[in-house]
Design a binder for this molecule. Structure first.
Ligand SMILES: Cc1cc2nc3c(=O)[nH]c(=O)nc-3n(C[C@H](O)[C@H](O)[C@H](O)COP(=O)(O)OP(=O)(O)OC[C@H]3O[C@@H](n4cnc5c(N)ncnc54)[C@H](O)[C@@H]3O)c2cc1C
Length: 488
């Protein structure tokens, strides 16, 4: 994990889109020390950093930043025959947690994102997810935090293991205080059979979803074809003898090779023509297809996506809107790529309904998508405000990534995609990625937001744990804003 720059004391995130210099940067070693810091800075702004892999502005604080890297203990206990539970310090990185679980108990986490660099507290704070299961937030059974006592105003410890407090703490964007530790039920280490297939369209992918519950799938730009990473798990599986070789191929060929090629195309050559040619002719042919590889879940489900700096926006739509959303996404990407592209009548009609058709006309030809669009299915979470909260049906997370800098054109496209999807489908953006959401939009999208805010106010009446970002997206009212102003 990075430290702030020793000279400038500047804190910088993975995407390098966030830089700020807090007055104080603490790396506490104990819960008591955290309580003391909270009391000492009770009239200021306090935020916590994990491993800084979020692109949204959740970590930003003008006053105090806490870095919990030393609170990284992993306690494993057997709570029933074959039932393993882990109690983990908030600053523990997921890769360390996985290694400890595997080595000491043969267990693993119930869900995983694409990388394992995040801390457990950082990951749940923005509802980090993979494909085919709920987000990590959902699985937390107990969350221990440091916040303020509403009566005395002093810092104290809360332990939440039931009710709306737990649902709120499972995904809280850092607004409920400092997450000191979490407890969750582990699952036995399992094997995943993974096969990359080219498909005729999204229907073919979705028709087999029941057979491949962990699958994720891709829309390949410019070729406008579909690939699916078919993934299933079963007790019958045996690890493939060539799994290690396949991991090596994936690391050298995809994690490094493919991403280096993309970086070269967008940062050095800066040629949309080359990007289009590569996606139509080269990249789909150079990927190993139709080979089933069985490997441990913590290898099969992750990749080294953190090797090259990039930026992402991820937009969630509920299952009933997926097909239409996918069709519109493709047309929007085509329009951004070409000044002469004319969207279909259905899309023009939909965009006219929400008053965004002219805007798309104006933005045509301003950005060439240069990365596959990834789709992952995320089941409804038992939380108040995570991206799949309060739903009866699964959601699909649609991810857009850029390796190009400057990123203005990509961000304009991401904003257009998000705003149109909100208006058409009630879409929700990932809290940890580029997140241009307004509080009015959030209020309409998250019915339990008022309950979430009420719980935050109880344990943080002065709004110490809020920053401009959380106020913008979560709409805390004046009572809990700007502790400095009210103290003055
Ligand atoms: C290469 C890459 C791949 C990714 N892949 C996925 C993916 O597959 N799926 C997915 O859903 N997301 C993914 N993400 C996003 C990432 O999982 C989230 O942004 C996550 O929140 C980052 O965790 P972190 O430990 O780096 O936290 P930070 O980025 O440091 O912080 C994130 C938020 O958590 C809060 N926070 C951190 N620690 C605490 C604490 N102890 N107490 C209270 N609040 C705290 C911070 O204040 C901030 O608001 C990816 C990001 C990158 C860069």
């Amino acid at each position: 994990m990075h430290q702030p720059d020793p000279e400038t004391r500047q804190v910088v995130n993975f995407g390098k889109n966030i830089r700020f210099t807090p007055h104080r940067y603490y790396v506490p070693r104990s819960e008591d020390e955290i309580l003391e810091i909270l009391d000492r800075h009770a009239g200021e702004q306090i935020r916590v950093v994990g491993s800084r892999h979020a692109w949204s502005e959740g970590i930003v604080s003008r006053d105090v930043v806490l870095d919990l890297r030393h609170l990284n203990q992993v306690e494993i206990s057997e709570v029933g025959p074959g039932e393993i539970q882990a109690t983990v310090g908030g600053g523990c990185q997921i890769k360390r947690l996985l290694e400890q679980l595997h080595r000491r108990s043969g267990a693993t986490m119930p869900a995983l994102g694409l990388i394992t660099e995040q801390t457990i507290a950082g990951a749940i704070s923005t509802a980090t997810h993979g494909s085919g299961r709920q987000s990590l937030s959902h699985y937390m059974e107990e969350i221990r935090t440091a916040a303020y006592d509403p009566v005395t105003g002093r810092a104290r410890i809360y332990v939440w293991n039931a009710g709306d407090e737990l649902r709120a703490a499972r995904c809280s964007l850092g607004c409920l205080g400092v997450i000191l530790a979490v407890r969750f039920r582990c699952v036995p280490m399992y094997l995943v059979a993974d096969r990359l297939e080219q498909c005729t369209g999204i229907d073919q992918i979705l028709d087999h979803e029941a057979d491949y519950p962990l699958q994720q799938f891709f829309l390949v730009p410019h070729m406008w074809g579909w690939f699916a990473q078919r993934r299933e798990t079963s007790a019958e599986l045996r690890r493939s003898w060539y799994a290690g070789l396949y991991r090596l191929y994936w690391f050298l060929g995809i994690d490094v090779g493919l991403h280096l090629a993309i970086k070269l195309m967008v940062s050095v050559l800066k040629s949309p023509k080359t990007v289009r040619f590569a996606y139509r002719r080269l990249l789909p042919q150079s990927i190993i297809r139709n080979l089933t590889v069985v490997d441990h879940s913590d290898r099969a489900l992750v990749m080294e996506h953190e090797l090259f700096r990039h930026m992402e926006i991820e937009i969630f739509v509920s299952a009933k809107h997926l097909r239409r959303a996918a069709a519109i996404v493709q047309e929007i990407l085509m329009a951004f790529d070409s000044r002469t592209f004319e969207p279909s009548r259905a899309t023009v009609h939909d965009l006219q309904q929400i008053g965004m058709e002219q805007q798309l006309q104006d933005l045509r030809g301003t950005f060439t998508q240069h990365y596959v669009v990834t789709f992952r299915r995320v089941l409804p979470d038992e939380t108040l405000i995570s991206t799949t909260a309060g739903s009866e049906e699964p959601w699909y997370a649609i991810s857009f990534i850029t390796y190009a800098e400057p990123r203005d054109a990509f961000l304009a496209m991401g904003t257009f995609l998000l705003k149109s999807m909100i208006a058409l489908f009630g879409a929700r953006p990932h809290w940890g990625k580029f997140c241009p959401l307004s509080q009015e939009e959030a209020a309409a999208l998250y019915p339990r937001l008022p309950d979430f805010r009420a719980i935050c106010r109880r344990v943080d009446p002065r709004g110490v744990f809020q920053n401009d970002f959380t106020r913008r997206v979560l709409g805390f009212d004046e009572q809990s804003q700007s502790p400095r102003l009210r103290c003055a």
